[in-house]
Design a protein around this ligand. Structure first.
Ligand code: G6P
Length: 483
């Protein structure tokens, strides 16, 4: 952590917290620390600064652990949370479901990633209005917990689309606080954002503008946000400095890119379970080339078109039949949302169709695993020849950055132009239009044919770019922006 950051208390708010609980067969509560940029970012300051992380309880086990913790603080219940103090909010189930599944994940996520199949969805009826009220209630619960937990002059870092209303809900009541909002997603262009009904769009923009600083992962998303503020609020936007003059306050919009946590990754990848997975995967793939993808099973990740591109490669370039395996790890995600379940089924069907068309007794073209296993993902990064990252839209995409860091022999990266990561990696990746299956098939072919020397040189430059913005720095930048 750089020295110039002052020692004010730091509060973080996010839907998903840094820790999760589960109840074992014998009824005991087990806890697991999560990963990700925010966890490493906050851990780096937690040792020297007073911190409080407010998040939602996401399971019965979370609720049980949270309710048993003294003053609702999990660290005070003796869990090792790396020095951070964590408070999990027990939001009533219906409120949470409406806020998280319906508004955040089925609406805001869809708008920012442009995922709607518009002849059918969105469909903003009376039910949506009620869900929106629950989203407000859920945001208010976070605002209240932060207001209660914040010392004078504290810095508050509110994360993501789940909590867009929180900054404004806090602003009027505590002018002493310094508030940042950070979006991990893309931001919708005005043409898409305007689909939101009634004054929902206005409430979201005004909610975020309650912050002093609003951060995005890519200049593209920051500029889209500015465009929405200019279009829907008629706010006075300074495009050069990225500031917004609105309601008598000037709010700064910043770009804070996020890179791979190289040290953390390498340390984790050195563990025995990763080594075991590495040999098992090597055995499965054998001498064949390996095209890898690692994602949540998520509509925005564009897994079906990625597989279709692999199918087209096999169809048009018979030389690859039997010579390459596509490993697709698609971790279960947001299973309460019907579109996600249907999408995962479509992913399974597509894999099956390709295997039916091309598979032989001793070769399965697509090996799809819909199961979370971090050690297996790290092992697969080590041995992949080609890494396919083709999202429709993505705030950043850390797979594109982590893969090259762990690659042993250099990996050729096929990357969507619509991922924030393309800003940093674009010159050494093979860029593709995520909707263009034929172009993606061609890129896979080029990537598979890339000479060793070129692939390794590109990989070295990818790594350099990927580690340039470690999570500690990314988080520190958000805080420094509040100084
Ligand atoms: C994205 C979002 C995060 C979210 C994560 C996992 O990266 O930006 O806020 O936590 O997806 O999604 P989930 O719904 O499982 O928390």
């Amino acid at each position: 952590m750089d020295q110039e950051v002052d020692k004010a208390q730091i509060l973080v708010a996010s839907n998903r917290g840094p820790v999760s609980f589960s109840i074992g067969d014998d009824g005991t509560i087990d806890f697991r620390r999560g990963g990700g940029g925010l966890v490493s970012g906050l851990s780096s300051v937690a040792a020297e600064t007073d911190t409080l992380w407010v998040c939602a309880a996401l399971s019965d086990a979370d609720r049980k652990a949270a309710s048993a913790a003294p003053e609702g603080r999990l660290d005070r219940a003796g869990y090792d949370l790396g020095g951070a103090s964590v408070r999990m909010l027990d939001i009533p189930e219906q409120t949470f479901t409406n806020a998280y599944n319906s508004v955040a994940n089925s609406t805001l996520w869809f708008v920012h990633h442009m995922l709607y199949d518009t002849p059918n969805k969105p469909h903003f009826d009376a039910a949506f209005r009620a869900e929106w009220e629950d989203y407000r209630t859920y945001n208010a619960a976070f605002a209240e917990a932060l207001l209660t937990g914040a010392d004078d002059g504290a810095k508050v870092a509110v994360q993501d689309y789940h909590l867009a209303l929180v900054p404004r809900m806090m602003r009027g009541r505590r002018p002493d606080l310094r508030i940042a909002h950070f979006s991990h997603t893309p931001w919708a262009p005005p043409e898409y954002f305007r689909m939101l009904p009634g004054d929902v769009g206005r409430q979201l923009l005004e909610g975020m503008l309650g912050a002093d600083h609003i951060g995005f992962l890519s200049p593209r998303w920051a500029d889209a946000f500015l465009r929405c503020c200019a279009t829907f609020l008629r706010a006075d936007v300074n495009w050069d400095n990225r500031t917004i003059d609105y309601g008598g306050r000037v709010v700064e919009v910043g770009v804070h890119g996020l890179g791979a946590d190289a040290e953390g990754l390498r340390e984790r990848a050195a563990a025995e379970d990763v080594a075991q997975w590495r040999s098992r995967l090597r055995e499965t793939v054998g001498e064949r080339k390996l095209v890898l993808r690692v994602d949540r099973s998520e509509l925005s990740k564009n897994i079906v078109r990625g597989m279709a591109a692999f199918g087209e490669l096999l169809r048009d370039r018979p030389e690859w039949r039997g010579a390459v395996t596509h490993l697709a790890f698609a971790y279960p995600s947001r299973g309460d949302v019907a579109e996600y379940r249907a999408y995962t089924e479509a992913v399974r069907r597509t894999a099956q169709e390709i295997n039916d068309e091309f598979g032989t007794d001793d070769w399965t073209p697509v090996i799809l695993e819909v199961k979370d296993d971090y050690a297996r993902s790290l092992a697969s990064y080590q041995i992949a020849d080609v890494l396919l990252v083709n999202p429709i839209r993505d705030g950043m995409n850390l797979v594109a950055k982590e893969g090259p860091v762990l690659s042993e022999n250099g990996v050729a990266l096929v990357l969507s132009t619509e991922a924030g990561a393309a800003d940093d990696l674009g010159s050494d990746a093979l860029l593709v239009n995520p909707y263009d299956v034929t172009e993606t098939a061609q890129a896979l072919h080029d990537a598979l044919n890339m000479q060793d020397a070129e692939r390794q040189e590109r990989n070295a430059r990818l790594v350099e770019a990927a580690v340039a913005l470690p999570p500690q720095r990314w988080f520190g930048d958000q805080l420094r922006a509040l100084d």
